[in-house]
Design a protein around this ligand. Structure first.
Ligand code: ADP
Ligand code: MG
Length: 275
């Protein structure tokens, strides 16, 4: 087991690392991305168990998800698998019955979502992630709500990343196309200058061309050193750009590996990638 890329992580459940008792011979050095960064994962949910409300059934079962510095980590899995619930758990929108959330080594399990934003977490939820009646620029200003310093430079950086938003800065965000709205949502999250970016289905409902463009921008963001954790329905394309991937099934880790390992895994291919 000592040669697996994940053995320094908090969760020691070997089924997550290697659910089928194979594959430990895969060289960690290939690409090198899956090796834990010095100091361990930047953001991690460790053995998370919990559901909605006080007495709701558990949706997550001993679920572990993490993203390292400089990494793109991707969560895929069938509808209802608990991908969004996992993201909400990391962001503090769920009361975990068991497990922990850590950010840069600090246990933040008990922090509110707002306190997590202050700590450096940027989250783009799957739905209702922009204010449709406000202009693009007002959305970005709202995104910066925790800041008291000058946000002009950050806003210009967002417009550089997404030039169309600069062109449409005075239009109500609700008038934009689906792909442009997602850019507003990502831009809004970037306005806090987060240390980690979490995106829940950033390409939902957009055309393949727009999806490719969004992925390119996300890669660009990640290359600046910002760790990105994202949920994606377009599993194959997302795993192509993933340093690390998680397949969730029924709220539990089913497969974990580098993006390339998962793309090559016969079980993952047959069950989740259409062969
Ligand atoms: N707000 C909620 N209250 C109660 N149950 C919920 C809520 N949101 C999602 N669920 C349930 O949690 C499970 C996982 O949903 P979700 O995390 O949205 O899956 P995914 O994002 O993988 O499609 C589903 O059974 C869903 O019905
Ligand atoms: Mg979801």
């Amino acid at each position: 087991m000592s040669s697996t890329p994940f053995d320094n992580r908090g969760n020691k459940d070997a089924s997550i690392v290697n659910p089928h008792g194979q594959g430990t011979a895969i060289p960690v050095e290939a690409g090198g991305h899956a090796r834990p960064a010095p100091g361990g994962p930047f953001l991690s949910g460790e053995a998370m168990t919990g559901g909605y409300g006080k007495n709701g059934p558990d949706i997550l079962h001993n679920c572990s998800i993490s993203v390292d510095r400089g990494e793109i980590a991707v969560i895929v899995g069938p509808n209802g698998a608990g991908k969004s619930t996992g993201m909400k758990a990391l962001f503090g929108m769920l009361n975990l019955r068991e497990g922990h959330v850590k950010l840069d080594g600090e246990d933040i399990t008990e922090l509110t979502p707002q306190a997590r934003v202050v700590k450096g977490m940027g989250f783009v939820p799957q739905t209702q992630n922009i204010f449709t009646s406000m202009t693009v620029e007002e959305n970005l200003e709202m995104g910066a709500f925790i800041r008291t310093d000058d946000i002009t430079d950050t806003m210009e950086q967002v417009y550089e990343l997404f030039p169309i938003l600069g062109d449409k800065r005075n239009q109500p965000a609700g008038e934009l196309s689906g792909g442009q709205r997602q850019q507003v949502a990502v831009g809004r999250a970037l306005m806090t200058q987060p240390k980690v970016l979490m995106l829940d289905e950033p390409t939902a409902g957009v055309s393949p061309i727009v999806m490719d463009e969004l992925f390119d921008r996300i890669i660009e963001v990640a290359r600046t050193g910002l760790p990105v954790l994202m949920v994606e329905q377009n599993a194959r394309q997302a795993l192509e750009i993933a340093d690390k991937g998680y397949v969730l099934v029924q709220g539990a880790n089913a497969h974990t590996g580098t993006g390339q390992e998962l793309l090559a895994d016969p079980d993952v291919r047959a069950s989740f990638l259409g062969g």
